[in-house]
Design a protein around this ligand. Structure first.
Ligand code: MN
Ligand code: MN
Length: 287
């Protein structure tokens, strides 16, 4: 691990005493369209200083929550080596009963964090299905995240939510292998986020949930600075509401695909705020 130039705001606990452990994965080696997510952990940490420590809706003051910022995973070498380091560190965190909060980087590392847990369900908020078996010859890339996660936890225990883009081949594979997903259009039809959260939880059939948030699930109007922006997405508030609804079940979270070179600062700010929201709702549930 490498120390971050600036720690996430209010992350003042040491590792030993922490309930939440933030770490960055500044790796964009598998990005396919707009690179730059390797710069996201730093920009999101900077943006985190914009906000009040008190999150009034949750009645939680982050000043009172033991959060540790462990810095960044060393990201030299290829994707396989990076994933190995992520797996080692997140296992250490999870094995000691702490909650990992990972900041990407591209979406490729999520399966490595998921491997740190037993018997979990995985909810993935993403504009894309990420269900390719391989993409441009790479099976560990960010276009294959859901596929690899399904191989770790089983196809019945993973569900992408907010989806609005996939290839014909991914569609066929999803049908053949039995992958369920919730399209963004269905969320808009139902209006209430509670029914989406309920459906996602009933699909994954597990009490402990890992939540992976590819920031491109949010509409580019709210989150323009991502690697693969996709119109017709969720509002920022809908994503926050989903985090609130899933909060009591979460054992780990990640936030990926923010690309600062394509951002006006808005996406990093939103991500920092959603990270603070996630920590607050998890703390509220566990206290
Ligand atoms: Mn995506
Ligand atoms: Mn993704």
């Amino acid at each position: 691990m490498r120390p971050a130039p600036l720690a996430f705001a209010d992350a003042r606990a040491d590792l030993q005493g922490a309930e939440f452990v933030i770490f960055g994965v500044p790796f964009d080696g598998t990005s396919t369209f707009r690179k730059g997510s390797s710069l996201a952990p730093e920009k999101i940490r900077e943006a985190s200083y914009n906000f009040e420590t008190y999150i009034f809706e949750q009645d939680i003051d982050l000043d009172d929550v033991p959060v540790h910022d462990a810095g960044d995973v060393e990201c030299s070498g290829g994707v396989k080596e990076v994933l190995g380091r992520v797996r080692d560190f997140s296992s250490e965190v999870a094995d000691s009963g702490k909650i990992p909060v990972a900041i990407g980087g591209d979406h490729s590392f999520t399966p490595a964090v998921v491997e740190s847990f037993d018997d979990i369900g995985v909810v993935i908020l993403d504009a894309h299905l990420d269900f390719r078996d391989s993409y441009e010859g790479e099976g560990l890339g960010h276009a294959c995240t859901t596929r690899r996660v399904s191989e770790v936890v089983g196809i019945d225990h993973v569900i992408p939510v907010g989806v609005r883009s996939f290839s014909r081949e991914e569609s066929t594979d999803a049908k053949d292998l039995g992958l369920s997903y919730i399209p963004a259009s269905e969320i808009f039809e139902k209006k209430l986020m509670a029914s989406t959260a309920r459906k996602a939880l009933s699909f994954v059939e597990r009490s402990d949930i890992y939540l992976s948030i590819d920031m491109d699930v949010v509409d580019p109007a709210y989150a323009p600075g991502v690697g693969n922006p996709e119109p017709f997405g969720l509002t920022a508030d809908q994503v926050r509401e989903l985090i609130d609804l899933l909060g009591s079940r979460l054992v780990g979270v990640d936030f990926v695909e923010v690309s600062p070179p394509h951002d006006c600062g808005t996406t990093a700010l939103l991500t920092a705020r959603l990270i603070r929201e996630a920590i607050a709702v998890m703390k509220k549930a566990h206290r």
